[in-house]
Write a protein that binds this ligand. Sequence first.
Ligand code: GLN
Length: 392
Amino acid sequence: MTMKFESKLPNVGTNIFTIMSQLATEHDAINLGQGFPDFSPDEALLDLVTKAMKDGHNQYPPMAGIPTLRQQISQKVQSLYGHLYNVNTEITVTSGASEALMASILAFVKADDEVIVIEPFYDLYIPVIELVGGRPVIVPMQAPTPETPRYQVDWQRVRDAITAKTRMLILNFPHNPTGINLTENDLDSLERIVQETGILLLSDEVYEHLVFDGQLHQSVARRPLLVNHSIVVSSFGKTYSATGWKIGYCCAPAAISAEIRKVHQFNVFTVTSPMQFALADYMKNQDAYLRLPAFYQEKRDRLLNGLANTKFAPMHSEGTFFLMADYSNVSNLPEAEFARWLTIEHGIGVIPVSAFYRQPDAPASNHNLIRFCFAKRDETLDKAIEKLAGIK
Ligand code: GLN
Protein backbone atom coordinates (compact mmCIF):
# COMPACT_ATOMS: atom_id res chain seq x y z
CA MET A 1 0.00 0.00 0.00
CA THR A 2 1.38 3.43 -0.85
CA MET A 3 1.90 5.77 2.02
CA LYS A 4 -0.23 8.90 1.95
CA PHE A 5 0.23 11.97 4.04
CA GLU A 6 -0.90 15.53 4.13
CA SER A 7 1.76 18.17 4.69
CA LYS A 8 1.27 20.07 7.93
CA LEU A 9 2.98 23.05 6.31
CA PRO A 10 1.85 22.98 2.67
CA ASN A 11 2.84 26.58 2.04
CA VAL A 12 6.38 26.37 3.38
CA GLY A 13 9.25 26.07 0.95
CA THR A 14 12.97 26.81 1.24
CA ASN A 15 13.33 30.12 3.04
CA ILE A 16 14.32 33.27 1.21
CA PHE A 17 17.67 33.62 3.06
CA THR A 18 18.81 30.21 1.85
CA ILE A 19 17.55 30.79 -1.68
CA MET A 20 19.28 34.15 -2.02
CA SER A 21 22.54 32.89 -0.47
CA GLN A 22 22.58 29.98 -2.92
CA LEU A 23 21.92 32.30 -5.83
CA ALA A 24 24.71 34.60 -4.66
CA THR A 25 27.13 31.67 -4.47
CA GLU A 26 26.11 30.34 -7.91
CA HIS A 27 26.71 33.74 -9.49
CA ASP A 28 29.77 34.63 -7.47
CA ALA A 29 27.92 37.66 -6.13
CA ILE A 30 28.77 39.72 -3.05
CA ASN A 31 26.29 38.41 -0.50
CA LEU A 32 24.56 41.28 1.29
CA GLY A 33 21.42 39.15 1.60
CA GLN A 34 21.24 36.63 4.44
CA GLY A 35 22.08 38.28 7.76
CA PHE A 36 25.49 37.07 8.92
CA PRO A 37 28.89 38.72 9.35
CA ASP A 38 31.62 37.95 6.82
CA PHE A 39 34.22 38.37 9.56
CA SER A 40 35.23 36.07 12.43
CA PRO A 41 34.24 36.31 16.06
CA ASP A 42 36.85 37.77 18.45
CA GLU A 43 39.99 35.57 18.66
CA ALA A 44 39.70 35.67 22.45
CA LEU A 45 36.27 34.04 22.24
CA LEU A 46 37.54 31.38 19.82
CA ASP A 47 40.39 30.61 22.21
CA LEU A 48 37.94 30.23 25.08
CA VAL A 49 35.94 27.64 23.09
CA THR A 50 39.11 25.63 22.40
CA LYS A 51 40.08 25.90 26.04
CA ALA A 52 36.63 24.73 27.16
CA MET A 53 36.90 21.66 24.94
CA LYS A 54 40.42 20.88 26.17
CA ASP A 55 39.30 21.41 29.75
CA GLY A 56 36.81 18.60 29.25
CA HIS A 57 33.52 20.45 28.80
CA ASN A 58 32.25 18.08 26.15
CA GLN A 59 29.35 16.21 27.77
CA TYR A 60 25.73 17.16 28.41
CA PRO A 61 25.51 20.40 30.33
CA PRO A 62 22.43 21.11 32.50
CA MET A 63 19.13 21.23 30.62
CA ALA A 64 18.51 24.97 31.11
CA GLY A 65 22.13 25.99 30.47
CA ILE A 66 25.21 26.12 32.69
CA PRO A 67 24.66 28.23 35.84
CA THR A 68 27.65 30.53 35.18
CA LEU A 69 26.29 31.50 31.75
CA ARG A 70 22.80 32.09 33.15
CA GLN A 71 24.44 34.20 35.86
CA GLN A 72 26.17 36.36 33.25
CA ILE A 73 22.95 36.75 31.28
CA SER A 74 21.09 37.76 34.43
CA GLN A 75 23.76 40.36 35.31
CA LYS A 76 23.80 41.78 31.81
CA VAL A 77 20.03 42.15 31.60
CA GLN A 78 19.92 43.76 35.02
CA SER A 79 22.71 46.21 34.25
CA LEU A 80 21.19 47.23 30.89
CA TYR A 81 17.45 47.06 31.50
CA GLY A 82 17.10 47.06 35.28
CA HIS A 83 15.24 43.80 35.79
CA LEU A 84 16.76 40.96 37.79
CA TYR A 85 15.82 37.55 36.38
CA ASN A 86 16.30 34.60 38.70
CA VAL A 87 19.29 32.59 37.50
CA ASN A 88 17.78 29.22 38.40
CA THR A 89 14.21 29.59 37.29
CA GLU A 90 13.89 32.39 34.74
CA ILE A 91 16.69 32.05 32.19
CA THR A 92 17.02 29.24 29.63
CA VAL A 93 19.89 28.81 27.20
CA THR A 94 18.56 27.66 23.82
CA SER A 95 19.76 26.45 20.47
CA GLY A 96 19.74 29.91 18.91
CA ALA A 97 16.95 32.42 19.29
CA SER A 98 15.07 30.20 16.85
CA GLU A 99 14.64 27.42 19.36
CA ALA A 100 13.57 29.85 22.09
CA LEU A 101 10.91 31.29 19.77
CA MET A 102 9.71 27.87 18.70
CA ALA A 103 9.63 26.48 22.26
CA SER A 104 7.68 29.54 23.42
CA ILE A 105 5.05 29.20 20.71
CA LEU A 106 4.76 25.42 21.15
CA ALA A 107 4.45 25.82 24.90
CA PHE A 108 1.69 28.41 24.87
CA VAL A 109 -0.31 28.35 21.64
CA LYS A 110 -3.08 25.78 21.28
CA ALA A 111 -5.21 24.88 18.27
CA ASP A 112 -7.46 27.79 17.23
CA ASP A 113 -5.64 30.30 19.43
CA GLU A 114 -4.88 33.58 17.70
CA VAL A 115 -1.40 35.04 17.68
CA ILE A 116 -0.78 38.60 16.59
CA VAL A 117 2.14 39.13 14.25
CA ILE A 118 3.19 42.54 13.01
CA GLU A 119 3.91 42.71 9.27
CA PRO A 120 6.55 42.78 7.84
CA PHE A 121 7.72 39.84 10.00
CA TYR A 122 10.61 37.42 10.40
CA ASP A 123 9.89 34.16 8.59
CA LEU A 124 9.89 31.74 11.54
CA TYR A 125 6.83 32.92 13.44
CA ILE A 126 3.92 32.03 11.20
CA PRO A 127 4.83 28.44 10.24
CA VAL A 128 5.34 27.59 13.92
CA ILE A 129 1.98 29.09 14.87
CA GLU A 130 0.38 27.07 12.07
CA LEU A 131 2.17 23.89 13.08
CA VAL A 132 0.26 23.89 16.38
CA GLY A 133 -3.02 24.75 14.67
CA GLY A 134 -2.97 28.38 15.81
CA ARG A 135 -4.19 31.29 13.71
CA PRO A 136 -1.80 34.11 12.86
CA VAL A 137 -3.52 37.49 12.90
CA ILE A 138 -1.51 39.94 10.86
CA VAL A 139 -1.37 43.59 11.83
CA PRO A 140 0.42 45.62 9.17
CA MET A 141 2.83 48.37 10.10
CA GLN A 142 2.12 51.78 8.66
CA ALA A 143 4.19 52.05 5.50
CA PRO A 144 6.50 55.06 5.15
CA THR A 145 5.11 58.23 3.58
CA PRO A 146 6.96 61.35 2.36
CA GLU A 147 5.93 63.08 5.65
CA THR A 148 6.88 60.11 7.88
CA PRO A 149 9.64 58.25 6.01
CA ARG A 150 9.70 55.41 8.53
CA TYR A 151 7.73 52.24 9.13
CA GLN A 152 5.59 52.61 12.27
CA VAL A 153 3.49 50.36 14.45
CA ASP A 154 -0.08 51.53 14.97
CA TRP A 155 -0.68 50.29 18.52
CA GLN A 156 -4.38 51.02 18.28
CA ARG A 157 -4.58 48.53 15.40
CA VAL A 158 -2.70 46.01 17.52
CA ARG A 159 -5.09 46.61 20.40
CA ASP A 160 -8.11 46.27 18.11
CA ALA A 161 -6.86 42.91 16.84
CA ILE A 162 -6.86 41.38 20.31
CA THR A 163 -9.90 39.19 20.98
CA ALA A 164 -10.87 36.63 23.59
CA LYS A 165 -9.05 34.06 21.43
CA THR A 166 -5.72 35.94 21.35
CA ARG A 167 -2.99 34.00 23.11
CA MET A 168 0.15 35.94 22.27
CA LEU A 169 1.56 39.07 20.62
CA ILE A 170 4.92 38.64 18.86
CA LEU A 171 7.25 41.64 18.82
CA ASN A 172 10.63 42.04 17.13
CA PHE A 173 12.57 45.22 17.89
CA PRO A 174 15.12 46.30 16.68
CA HIS A 175 13.14 45.14 13.69
CA ASN A 176 14.19 42.83 10.89
CA PRO A 177 13.90 43.98 8.07
CA THR A 178 12.86 47.63 8.59
CA GLY A 179 15.55 48.54 11.13
CA ILE A 180 13.14 50.45 13.38
CA ASN A 181 13.49 50.51 17.16
CA LEU A 182 10.91 50.84 19.88
CA THR A 183 10.65 54.18 21.67
CA GLU A 184 9.59 54.86 25.25
CA ASN A 185 6.20 55.90 23.86
CA ASP A 186 5.87 52.48 22.26
CA LEU A 187 6.55 50.84 25.62
CA ASP A 188 3.86 53.09 27.14
CA SER A 189 1.39 51.87 24.50
CA LEU A 190 2.37 48.27 25.14
CA GLU A 191 1.83 48.75 28.86
CA ARG A 192 -1.67 50.00 28.20
CA ILE A 193 -2.39 47.00 25.98
CA VAL A 194 -1.08 44.56 28.56
CA GLN A 195 -2.99 46.26 31.34
CA GLU A 196 -6.24 46.07 29.41
CA THR A 197 -5.88 42.59 27.95
CA GLY A 198 -3.35 40.63 30.04
CA ILE A 199 -1.80 39.34 26.81
CA LEU A 200 1.47 37.35 26.69
CA LEU A 201 4.31 39.04 24.76
CA LEU A 202 6.96 37.10 22.87
CA SER A 203 9.65 39.72 22.38
CA ASP A 204 12.31 38.77 19.84
CA GLU A 205 15.19 41.09 20.77
CA VAL A 206 18.03 39.37 18.91
CA TYR A 207 19.36 42.74 17.71
CA GLU A 208 19.30 44.27 21.22
CA HIS A 209 22.94 45.40 20.98
CA LEU A 210 22.68 46.89 17.51
CA VAL A 211 21.04 50.28 18.04
CA PHE A 212 22.45 53.48 16.64
CA ASP A 213 22.62 57.27 16.96
CA GLY A 214 22.80 57.19 20.74
CA GLN A 215 19.40 55.51 21.11
CA LEU A 216 18.90 52.98 23.89
CA HIS A 217 17.38 49.59 23.20
CA GLN A 218 13.87 49.68 24.62
CA SER A 219 13.65 46.14 25.90
CA VAL A 220 10.31 45.10 27.35
CA ALA A 221 12.46 44.06 30.34
CA ARG A 222 12.70 47.77 31.23
CA ARG A 223 9.09 47.86 32.44
CA PRO A 224 8.04 45.72 35.43
CA LEU A 225 4.50 45.46 34.12
CA LEU A 226 5.71 44.12 30.76
CA VAL A 227 8.30 41.78 32.29
CA ASN A 228 5.57 39.83 34.05
CA HIS A 229 3.86 39.17 30.72
CA SER A 230 6.90 38.65 28.51
CA ILE A 231 9.29 36.13 27.09
CA VAL A 232 12.42 38.01 26.03
CA VAL A 233 14.57 36.26 23.42
CA SER A 234 18.14 37.01 22.38
CA SER A 235 20.90 35.46 20.28
CA PHE A 236 24.63 35.16 20.90
CA GLY A 237 25.02 34.64 17.16
CA LYS A 238 24.17 38.29 16.46
CA THR A 239 25.93 39.73 19.47
CA TYR A 240 29.24 37.91 19.03
CA SER A 241 29.35 37.50 15.24
CA ALA A 242 28.90 33.73 15.46
CA THR A 243 25.58 33.01 13.76
CA GLY A 244 26.72 29.46 12.96
CA TRP A 245 27.00 28.52 16.62
CA LYS A 246 23.22 28.64 17.05
CA ILE A 247 23.12 29.63 20.68
CA GLY A 248 20.73 32.04 22.32
CA TYR A 249 18.51 32.36 25.36
CA CYS A 250 15.17 33.44 26.69
CA CYS A 251 14.16 35.13 29.93
CA ALA A 252 10.67 34.93 31.40
CA PRO A 253 8.94 34.75 34.80
CA ALA A 254 9.42 31.37 36.49
CA ALA A 255 5.99 29.93 35.71
CA ILE A 256 6.36 30.82 32.02
CA SER A 257 9.97 29.58 31.86
CA ALA A 258 8.89 26.27 33.37
CA GLU A 259 6.53 25.69 30.44
CA ILE A 260 9.16 26.67 27.87
CA ARG A 261 11.63 24.29 29.47
CA LYS A 262 9.18 21.40 29.11
CA VAL A 263 9.42 21.85 25.34
CA HIS A 264 13.14 22.64 25.32
CA GLN A 265 13.86 19.50 27.35
CA PHE A 266 12.37 17.25 24.70
CA ASN A 267 13.36 19.28 21.67
CA VAL A 268 17.12 19.61 22.14
CA PHE A 269 17.41 18.90 25.90
CA THR A 270 20.44 21.16 26.17
CA VAL A 271 22.84 23.26 24.14
CA THR A 272 26.45 22.83 23.01
CA SER A 273 28.66 22.69 26.07
CA PRO A 274 32.00 24.30 25.07
CA MET A 275 30.28 27.36 23.64
CA GLN A 276 28.38 27.84 26.88
CA PHE A 277 31.55 27.74 28.97
CA ALA A 278 33.35 30.07 26.57
CA LEU A 279 30.49 32.56 26.50
CA ALA A 280 30.15 32.53 30.29
CA ASP A 281 33.77 33.64 30.51
CA TYR A 282 33.66 36.03 27.60
CA MET A 283 30.53 37.83 28.83
CA LYS A 284 32.47 39.11 31.84
CA ASN A 285 33.90 41.61 29.39
CA GLN A 286 30.99 44.01 28.95
CA ASP A 287 32.94 45.98 26.41
CA ALA A 288 32.37 43.27 23.79
CA TYR A 289 28.70 44.18 23.53
CA LEU A 290 28.91 47.81 24.61
CA ARG A 291 31.10 48.69 21.64
CA LEU A 292 28.76 47.07 19.11
CA PRO A 293 26.58 50.12 18.42
CA ALA A 294 29.62 52.21 17.40
CA PHE A 295 31.12 49.34 15.40
CA TYR A 296 27.96 48.71 13.41
CA GLN A 297 26.97 52.36 13.11
CA GLU A 298 30.20 52.94 11.22
CA LYS A 299 29.30 50.14 8.83
CA ARG A 300 25.74 51.41 8.42
CA ASP A 301 27.12 54.86 7.58
CA ARG A 302 29.64 53.43 5.14
CA LEU A 303 26.82 51.77 3.22
CA LEU A 304 24.52 54.79 3.61
CA ASN A 305 27.14 57.23 2.31
CA GLY A 306 28.10 54.85 -0.47
CA LEU A 307 24.51 54.55 -1.62
CA ALA A 308 24.33 58.34 -1.93
CA ASN A 309 26.36 57.95 -5.13
CA THR A 310 24.00 55.36 -6.59
CA LYS A 311 20.45 55.35 -7.91
CA PHE A 312 19.29 53.50 -4.78
CA ALA A 313 17.51 55.57 -2.14
CA PRO A 314 18.41 54.24 1.32
CA MET A 315 15.98 54.34 4.22
CA HIS A 316 17.24 55.17 7.67
CA SER A 317 18.26 52.19 9.82
CA GLU A 318 17.90 52.83 13.54
CA GLY A 319 19.03 49.35 14.56
CA THR A 320 19.84 45.74 13.43
CA PHE A 321 22.51 45.13 10.78
CA PHE A 322 20.07 45.73 7.96
CA LEU A 323 19.25 48.71 5.81
CA MET A 324 16.50 48.95 3.23
CA ALA A 325 16.76 50.85 -0.02
CA ASP A 326 14.25 51.93 -2.64
CA TYR A 327 15.19 50.97 -6.19
CA SER A 328 12.42 52.88 -8.01
CA ASN A 329 15.04 54.88 -9.93
CA VAL A 330 16.49 51.68 -11.36
CA SER A 331 13.52 49.42 -12.03
CA ASN A 332 9.86 48.72 -11.52
CA LEU A 333 10.23 44.96 -11.26
CA PRO A 334 8.52 43.29 -8.28
CA GLU A 335 10.95 42.92 -5.39
CA ALA A 336 11.71 39.19 -5.69
CA GLU A 337 12.48 39.54 -9.39
CA PHE A 338 14.56 42.62 -8.82
CA ALA A 339 16.60 40.88 -6.08
CA ARG A 340 17.32 37.99 -8.47
CA TRP A 341 18.24 40.39 -11.26
CA LEU A 342 20.59 42.33 -9.01
CA THR A 343 22.27 39.12 -7.88
CA ILE A 344 22.58 37.52 -11.32
CA GLU A 345 23.27 40.55 -13.51
CA HIS A 346 25.18 42.80 -11.12
CA GLY A 347 26.69 40.42 -8.58
CA ILE A 348 25.00 41.84 -5.46
CA GLY A 349 22.91 39.45 -3.36
CA VAL A 350 20.07 41.10 -1.40
CA ILE A 351 16.72 40.13 0.16
CA PRO A 352 13.39 41.37 -1.23
CA VAL A 353 11.47 43.02 1.61
CA SER A 354 8.25 41.47 0.24
CA ALA A 355 9.54 38.12 1.58
CA PHE A 356 8.62 39.42 5.05
CA TYR A 357 4.97 39.71 4.03
CA ARG A 358 2.21 37.11 4.17
CA GLN A 359 1.67 37.39 0.40
CA PRO A 360 5.08 38.19 -1.08
CA ASP A 361 3.78 38.40 -4.64
CA ALA A 362 0.84 40.71 -3.94
CA PRO A 363 1.23 44.28 -5.22
CA ALA A 364 0.44 45.56 -1.69
CA SER A 365 3.55 43.74 -0.41
CA ASN A 366 5.83 45.27 -3.03
CA HIS A 367 7.18 48.76 -2.41
CA ASN A 368 10.36 48.59 -4.54
CA LEU A 369 12.43 47.84 -1.44
CA ILE A 370 15.38 45.52 -0.93
CA ARG A 371 17.24 44.72 2.28
CA PHE A 372 21.01 44.97 2.53
CA CYS A 373 22.99 43.36 5.37
CA PHE A 374 25.93 45.58 6.38
CA ALA A 375 27.56 43.11 8.80
CA LYS A 376 30.45 42.90 6.37
CA ARG A 377 34.11 43.87 6.19
CA ASP A 378 34.69 47.41 4.95
CA GLU A 379 36.28 46.09 1.78
CA THR A 380 33.18 43.97 1.06
CA LEU A 381 30.94 46.99 1.51
CA ASP A 382 33.21 49.15 -0.67
CA LYS A 383 33.23 46.59 -3.48
CA ALA A 384 29.44 46.31 -3.32
CA ILE A 385 29.02 50.08 -3.40
CA GLU A 386 31.27 50.31 -6.44
CA LYS A 387 29.12 47.75 -8.26
CA LEU A 388 25.89 49.47 -7.20
CA ALA A 389 27.22 52.82 -8.42
CA GLY A 390 27.68 51.28 -11.87
CA ILE A 391 23.95 50.51 -12.20
CA LYS A 392 22.31 53.20 -14.32
N1 GLN B 1 17.93 36.10 10.39
C1 GLN B 1 18.71 36.02 9.19
C2 GLN B 1 18.24 37.11 8.24
O1 GLN B 1 17.26 37.77 8.46
C3 GLN B 1 18.64 34.71 8.49
C4 GLN B 1 18.57 33.46 9.30
C5 GLN B 1 18.25 32.28 8.41
O2 GLN B 1 18.83 32.14 7.35
N2 GLN B 1 17.34 31.49 8.84
O3 GLN B 1 18.88 37.29 7.25
